[in-house]
Design a binder for this molecule. Structure first.
Ligand SMILES: C[S@@+](CC[C@H](N)C(=O)[O-])C[C@H]1O[C@@H](n2cnc3c(N)ncnc32)[C@H](O)[C@@H]1O
Length: 247
């Protein structure tokens, strides 16, 4: 990540921030969030596989803003970072990390505190590229939220999620007991890839591609042959997947 205002002076990173994203700061300082820098960098290379130079980018559920700042760094013309749950809602995070990194990077990324369902293309316009990363399983109404993200997108929608039911060929969605998925009671639903494809086609995307996340070596999407129908063991949502959808 390119840092503007490069300085060898140590930056005072506010101690009260519970970081989700990790960052490399000027002068070699590191911010170690829950999501490691190596994971973020590997994901970013798949998320931004298509050149985004000159594109407008909307990052839904940006939290500390790693992917928003990365989009800016990779040449996006305009980036809007949005969040609500962890910026001012009931989530355990705050937007202090985003604000600190925004200042540190002298970033031009814009920001808006808005729930995904309140995103409105009539007031905000559409974006060439929309990022919907790590949000889908947190919402109680995934169909409507994915539709809301799709409405904001004129070109390329990128979803990072944890699909369930990898061996089920019918489009299906699984509901988790509180805390069952990743020990996080704010996780509800996980669709399988067939359901993601069906929803994205219904929302007007002509081409959909689901890729095993680089951080999921055992993702069944890597198997060339179809696996037998689901077993209890793999009937969960541990296989992170990145889905690209194009209008
Ligand atoms: C697991 S974090 C993912 C952060 C980042 N996009 C990434 O992939 O690293 C989930 C994010 O979704 C946000 N989120 C959850 N529900 C939301 C909602 N209804 N509207 C907007 N953002 C939401 C949370 O605040 C949080 O920032």
């Amino acid at each position: 990540m390119t840092i503007k205002n490069l300085s060898s002076v140590s930056l005072a990173v506010p101690e009260h921030i519970s970081w989700f994203h990790s960052f490399a700061l000027p002068g070699g300082q590191m911010i170690d969030g829950l999501k490691t820098l190596s994971t973020l960098r590997a994901e970013a290379d798949v998320v931004f596989a298509d050149d985004i130079t000159g594109k407008t980018v909307l990052d839904i559920g940006a939290w500390d803003g790693y992917f928003s700042f990365e989009a800016e760094n990779r040449g996006a013309a305009r980036v809007l970072a949005t969040d609500h749950f962890c910026w001012s809602g009931p989530g355990w995070g705050t937007r202090d990390g985003f604000d600190f990194m925004h200042g540190t990077l002298a970033s031009d990324v814009e920001s808006l505190d808005v729930d995904v369902l309140a995103l409105d293309p009539a007031t905000l316009g559409q974006f060439d590229v929309v990022l919907f990363l790590g949000v889908l399983y947190h919402v109680k109404d995934p169909y409507s939220c994915l539709e809301a993200a799709a409405r904001m997108c004129s070109g390329h929608l990128i979803i990072e999620t944890a699909p369930a039911l990898p061996r089920e060929t019918l489009p299906a969605m699984r509901l988790y007991k509180p805390g069952e998925l990743g020990g996080d009671p704010t996780n509800f639903w996980a669709p399988n890839v067939a359901a993601l494809q069906l929803m994205l086609k219904a929302f007007g995307f002509s081409k959909v591609e689901a890729l095993a996340s680089p951080v999921s070596p055992d993702n069944p999407l890597r198997h060339k042959t179809r696996l037998p129908l689901l077993t209890r063991v793999d009937n969960n949502a541990t296989h992170r997947t990145i889905v690209h959808a194009w209008r």
